[in-house]
Design a protein around this ligand. Sequence first.
Ligand code: ATP
Ligand code: MG
Length: 576
Amino acid sequence: MLASKLYSPTLREIPAEAEIASHQYMLKAGMIRKNGGGLYSFLPLGRRVVLKVENIVREEMNATGAQEIMMPIMQPAEIWHESGRWDAYGPEMFKLEDRHDNHYCLGPTHEELITTLVRNELRSYKQMPVTLWQMQNKYRDEIRPRFGLMRSREFVMKDAYSFDIDEEGLHQSYQTMYDAYDRVFTRCGLTYKPVEADSGQIGGSHTHEFMALAAAGEAEVVSCSACEYAADIEKAEPQTLEMPAEPAQPVELIATPNCATIEDLAKFMNIPVEKTIKAVAFDIDGKVVLCMVRGDHEVNDVAVQNLVGGNQVNPATEEQLKAHGLQPGYMSPMDADAPDNKSFYVIVDPTAMNVPNGVTGANKHGYHYTNVNPKRDFKQVTIATIRLMKDGDVCPHCGAPIEIMRGIEVGQVFELGTKYSESLNGTFLDKDGKAKPYYMGCYGIGVTRTVAAAIEQFHDDHGIMWPVAIAPYEAVVVPVSSKDEDQIRIATAIYDSLGGVRGDVVLDDRKERAGVKFNDADLIGYPVRVTVGKKSAADHTVEIKVRRTGAEEVVDIDAAAARVKEILNELLSNNM
Ligand code: ATP
Ligand code: MG
């Protein structure tokens, strides 16, 4: 490709809403453009990267024996009613109607569609196991689309679905996909970690997320410093902590003016934060759920949801709280309604139960109680682990210290079991002649999110440092002076040897200053740059520079193309 012909309008000013490197650089380099909230066009360079990721995914899916299909994006509402997820999926689903008043959604995922697709024809144990997959745009009305491709409302997902005759078969299909995901993300050059995860509203039990580790990640990952254990923070179960025993004192009401935060309160009372017990309240499908954790801990809303059930988790409103005797800002179970575990729950983390003579809300504006001993003073509450792990906690498997890091979820594999085959009547005839539900698994890769994750992991102040396997072009050839005919001739010859217009290479033939061309090369992130300069004709040499390592070498002109290929192969074989 000739740079003069390349449609990649670069931006000087990056919009303020682009907060992270991947979003900024893709806009700046002219790889994507925004068309609406969470909606993007892919310009040629961006599109090439997406296609390269898709091709890697395609090769690895096919290598497992899984077969590519294509299902409609638009799905009839009936099948979602049948599975019970039309309402359960919630406001993230884009819904639409046709002229005859039939209802549809834009597929956020395809469990319903695939199950109803195969249920009349996948009838015998002899046809299984089978795994079908597709590469397609998915639609989710995210509450906060942000970070560009990372959390958009239209995005490319590879989704695969496996059908087995029993649980053992499902485990095998799951492992096959898990291994394929390992190869996909390794080949894409990512630094990633598969972690145990919570299965959430999709159902099923056994599941792993593939997390690309990066500071910009929205997820938190708990990883053991000693053993293999790694889990999504929402899944990781922290230990119950003991606290030094103290003789229980009588409860006392204390005026606590201007204590907006738990830190202010601890300071005002002159106690460590660990001696406070704080409250967070949710509205889960209309139920009010008061959660109590020790002051230095945070509530794991996924654990709470798993306990209470329900689909939509929101902060409880002031009205809801007051209806149960709770005073916002000063909440606790003290002097509040007794929980009925139907419309009103109080869940206390076991570590919070151990706080001796602690401070907690008095459900009265401007007041707290001190010398609260939950085992004595919290009445009829549910005790369950609902706190998140934090630094200083230990591995639930081996007891070694854990580390907490940030991750970008680029893929997830699920064992669904028979949840969808049962609700949607997906059955087959087994060897014994009996009708049984399929054992299903589903497996997603966020293709466009993977592109963003790669940039988050590999960039510097000048731009992107693509892994070769997914770079828009593998190399750029830059004649320093666009007026020097020798330089143009030498650069064109090297470009031609690298495949010319059919190759994975760009010739920067623009009439621009050298500085502009070098800056653009760094921004776009070509893995290898060949520079043809003033001395090239006389010395019969050119310079080769590797974007990722900064390594430079001077090579003979006739050896240049071969050396570029060699370097690219070395980088590729190191997944760089
Ligand atoms: P998240 O928790 O980040 O919202 P999810 O768990 O809901 O994602 P899945 O249903 O597991 O997502 O979808 C499979 C993959 O699709 C995810 O692992 C992720 O890589 C990608 N993905 C999901 N939502 C988005 C989005 N809004 N934008 C881009 N990619 C997404
Ligand atoms: Mg997921």
